[in-house]
Design a protein around this ligand. Sequence first.
Ligand code: PLP
Length: 391
Amino acid sequence: MKKQTQAIHTDFQSPDAYNAISMPVYHTAAYEFDNATVMADAFCGRSDAPDYSRVTNPTVIYFENKIKALTGSKDVIAVNSGMAAISNALFCIAETGKNIVTSRHLFGNSYAFLTKTLKRFGVEPRFCDLTNPHEVDAAIDENTCCVYLEILTNPQLEVVDISAISQIAHSKNVLLLADTTLIPFTEFDANSLGIDIELISSTKYLSGGATSIGGLIIDYGRDTEFSKRMRTEMLLNIGAYMTPHVAYMHTLGLETLDARYRVLSSNAAVLAKMLCELPEIKHVNYIGLEDNPYYELARKQFGESSGALITIDLESREACYNFINNLKMIKRATNLFDNKSLAIHPASTIFGNFTDEERNRMDVLETTIRLSVGLENVEDIFQDIRQALTL
Ligand code: PLP
């Protein structure tokens, strides 16, 4: 089966009593046992029987198994946000005195998690330019516990040569953890590119139109201990497992992922070209534009569709605020890959609490607007942008 078909037709293992064709939502906190022995076996991992929904739930397991089948991974753990996926995976791997080799081009909360939260536990974020493999090579030392990157950075839209970085990391016995939120896992083979652990905000492409918050940790099995530790330690002690209702919604979202991604990407590709013609826009950044510096690498890694994220640069911060205020149809909102088009000024919102110096170091500009292109008719999206620029 091709991935689109598999996303729809991977069935749940035990048939529903009523032959329901959607996965039943098991809204329960706990599960009863026939006797003390089977109860002890479930609690101590000697059986797969669910015991408590902070660590396991049949609806969530169904969602996890679908992703496992689609990615060919060793294990998939669904959690309750993209940030929970990132923080739990890094908590699972990091130790006091170790360092994480990464880039300053990261989603704002991921950057803050590394520079504030993990740093308080004595883990050093070690920043380098991930587009320069020599810098990565030089940054890794005997205390490096992993390389952490975004395969397409938000909002700089920098594309990392994943194979080049993974070869360096693996040659030094270091794991590569990648946030792959901006390109759906159905579009590339993370495992063959050398990603060891994929981290995803399923809130974005997967949720089926911004229905709910969720995250995924996809383990390709290069660290034999990782998913065992995630399930037996992190889920129990941190408590960020996905809830069954979210798993149900993200399972439905998965079924339409391919169809939505095609339309979102083709809308974005058409729109990006149209935006290049507007004199008020100083620069259009979209990896699907042929003159984009990452065009070839993005095609090689992620295929013909380039996703739905575009940034545009205007004259000034004031011009950005005017533009945002003038929008009529496009929503003034954060989030990505909703069915609706969304616009945000990242410097004053997602990155608003960083200092000017930090923002400069992260290449988050005052003049940039981030657009998440939706499923509307592309002419309507363009007309709203045009009127908002010229009002
Ligand atoms: N990673 C990236 C690249 C993101 O854009 C986001 C959210 O915007 C996240 C992670 C965090 O995901 P969530 O909002 O589901 O916690």
